[in-house]
Design a protein around this ligand. Structure first.
Ligand SMILES: *Cc1c(COP(=O)(O)O)cnc(C)c1O
Length: 426
């Protein structure tokens, strides 16, 4: 039995990992790079390259406009069906569309319109700022009739169900939360919150951006109303790949799309002068979908489906727990604090470590002294080093080396030579 704080132990864990071969399915031009940012932008699957070559050269280059009748027109729905399998929804409840922010806008708008008599929206102060901006904008557009009430996290890490219980009432039109919080990785009990909201007659809109592809989600089982999510994080769809939205079947007719466009029309190619709403989930589309970037998503969805979110989650739980055990052993005495929930069932697939010098430490990780391996984490204001674990390609050895390197950076104070001024994108 190897010492649990040795690299031999990390390698043993890799040797026993049933998903270890999936790493070979990704493009890894620099094997020395320790990439712990798959929760911001997933790695490129090898198969995507050949697929894009086909899409660009054959579908676009050769087939030209004929491509629309050879798969492009159905693509938003067909990729939506694959995402539906990943989030536990029916195939006709999910569609690929726009960005997460725009989808949140569309569904939250529909929800507020449907709940016209109710005047409160509940979210939390752990939520992704863009989600809160969308809600603030909507409130203004609805004539400032709504109050946005935020559940306040006591420790900046976890949310508090008792706070939600205290706030929710028959005035609550909509509860909208990130399933997994972007900074701390706190994970809500999706089914429990949904049930609580329904007891008060409120709708729930989940943002799955930080959970989809990393954590099993069962929207139908929870009877969830609405959801949106991102595809360039754990779904590895590439920079700016289109987002998705989910609307439970029985709500699709009741909920309106605030942006009427021809792709949400009953039959766009009738070119009717007056809008007739499309049947089903397609009504939530607006304009021409981004066929090229949507195409990049297909091989990676197949990869996630092949590996299975259950197996991915199992490895993710082991890997985040392993990271936390190393950090507890080596880093807590050096001024770090755990910025994520300790309990695995309340934690997504990344781990935040807090340190007053977090920004400069991140710089030192990414730009190591000679002989060291570069580590890419990301920094989230004001003091979070966010270490994203994407189990399809991250190894235990990488986690070991990253935490060991953090320890060395602190012991040698190498972070002190980096300025604290922020880059535009952190
Ligand atoms: C990444 C992320 C988004 C991204 O929004 P876009 O509009 O696609 O840029 C939104 N919400 C959450 C919670 C996220 O983590």
């Amino acid at each position: 039995m190897n010492d649990p704080f040795s690299i031999a132990y990390a390698r043993e864990l890799d040797g026993n990992d049933p998903l270890r071969h999936y790493r070979d399915r990704f493009v890894i031009p620099d094997p020395s790079l320790i990439y712990l940012d798959g929760n911001s932008l997933g790695r490129l699957p090898l198969q995507t390259i050949g697929h894009m070559e086909t899409v660009v050269r054959e579908q676009w280059g050769d087939r030209l406009i004929r491509g629309w009748n050879e798969g492009w027109y159905q693509q938003s729905a067909s990729l939506g069906q694959k995402i539906a399998q990943i989030i536990g929804a029916h195939p006709d409840e999910v569609i690929l569309s726009d960005s997460t922010s725009v989808n949140l806008y569309k569904l939250a708008y529909g929800a507020l319109q449907l709940m016209a008599k109710r005047t409160e929206i509940i979210s939390d102060d752990l939520n992704f700022p863009s989600d809160l901006y969308i809600l603030q904008g909507l409130i203004r557009q609805f004539g400032n009739r709504h109050a946005l009430r935020l559940i306040k996290s006591a420790d900046g890490i976890s949310s508090d169900m008792t706070e939600l219980l205290r706030m929710i009432s028959n005035r609550t039109a909509l509860v909208t939360l990130s399933h997994v919080a972007y900074k701390s990785a706190y994970m809500y009990d999706l089914a429990k919150v949904t049930e609580l909201a329904h007891m008060h007659g409120s709708l729930v809109l989940w943002d799955l951006s930080h959970s989809v592809g990393a954590v099993p989600v069962s929207l139908n089982k929870a009877n969830a109303d609405l959801a949106v999510g991102c595809t360039y994080k754990y779904l590895n769809g590439g920079p700016g790949s289109p987002a998705f939205l989910y609307v439970r079947k029985d709500l699709q007719e009741k909920l309106g799309n605030p942006v009427w466009g021809w792709f949400g029309e009953k039959n766009p190619f009738d070119f009717k002068m007056n809008y007739r709403v499309a049947d089903g989930i397609r009504k939530f589309l607006t304009g021409t979908p981004p066929v090229i970037s949507a195409s990049a998503l297909e091989p990676s969805l197949d990869l996630v489906l092949e590996a299975g979110v259950g197996a991915i989650r199992q490895k993710s739980v082991h890997q985040t727990a392993y990271l936390i055990s190393l950090a507890s052993e080596w880093l807590i005495s050096l001024g770090f604090r755990l910025g994520s929930p300790e309990y695995a069932d309340r934690r997504g697939s990344h781990v935040s470590l807090k340190h007053a010098e977090a920004y400069r430490i991140c710089k030192a990780l990414a730009d190591p002294a000679s002989g060291e391996r570069p580590v890419i984490p990301d920094f989230r204001e004001p003091n979070n080093i966010r270490l994203g674990i994407s189990p399809l390609y991250n190894t235990y050895e990488e986690i070991y080396l990253a935490i060991e390197q953090l320890k060395r950076i602190m012991e040698n104070k190498t972070y002190e030579k980096y300025p604290g001024t922020r880059d535009a994108v952190t």
